[in-house]
Design a protein around this ligand. Structure first.
Ligand SMILES: Nc1nc2c(ncn2[C@@H]2O[C@H](COP(=O)(O)OP(=O)(O)O)[C@@H](O)[C@H]2O)c(=O)[nH]1
Ligand SMILES: [Mg+2]
Length: 196
């Protein structure tokens, strides 16, 4: 396990809150409770960097974390319509649309999915957002520890088919066992290095 220096740079409700930084950025997006914050904590080896579960007040903002003076991770609110802290698609678009369109150093979208759930229209839309902005797409299928190997393979097929992407690109991840985190890290490193 590697030690990572990580700190919150800013929490942004709009463009004025984007951090004053030139480092490459990676956005983490997905439905509420999919595991976005857990994945950021996993990748940075920090238990409480990003807020997991319900943290009132922080749910409607983009949270930017600088990691090892080399990359910035952007944690975003859950999208879609539901109870709890989720944002409507419209609110969510207002927040992320300018960011995805204008932020030059944004390189990739980590699409955070619950491996047990079929991607919905919002997930599809998010994937299209990434595509149209020319971002690399990394589908992280969280909570793999909740399924057997065979169940994982079946779920990954369904997820890949629904999103119209190759199954090999969908990475099963567990924040509990840490499975998959190295693969995600590898992909992110490639993207960061290509950017140099
Ligand atoms: N078993 C298991 N639970 C997870 C995993 N990832 C996230 N969770 C749990 O799922 C819930 C939502 O996670 P969170 O990171 O807050 O999701 P977010 O809303 O997308 O940021 C929390 O209770 C996490 O502990 C995982 O890989 N395995
Ligand atoms: Mg979160």
């Amino acid at each position: 396990m590697q030690y990572h220096e990580a700190k919150l740079l800013s929490s942004a409700a709009d463009e004025s809150g984007w951090p004053d930084s030139d480092l490459p950025e990676i956005m983490f997006a997905g439905r509420s409770n999919a595991g976005k914050s857990s994945l950021i904590n996993l990748l940075t080896n920090r238990k409480k960097l990003a807020y997991t579960g319900k943290t009132p007040g922080k749910t409607r903002l983009l949270n930017f974390f600088e990691v090892d003076d080399r990359v910035v991770y952007c944690d975003s609110p859950g999208y879609g319509y539901a109870k709890g802290g989720e944002m409507s698609v419209l609110q969510f678009s207002d927040l992320i649309d300018p960011y995805i369109r204008k932020r030059k150093q944004l390189k990739a979208l980590v699409l955070v999915l619950d491996i047990r759930r079929v991607p919905n229209d919002d997930d599809q839309l998010m994937k299209q957002y990434a595509e149209s902005a020319g971002l690399a797409l990394i589908p992280a299928c969280m909570k793999a520890d909740k399924l057997s190997r065979n169940q994982q393979i079946r779920s990954l097929s369904i997820i890949a088919k629904t999103l119209g992407i190759p199954r090999e690109s969908c990475i099963p991840v567990s924040a509990v066992t840490r499975d998959g985190s190295e693969l995600i890290e590898e992909k992110l490193n490639q993207i960061i290095q290509e950017d140099r």
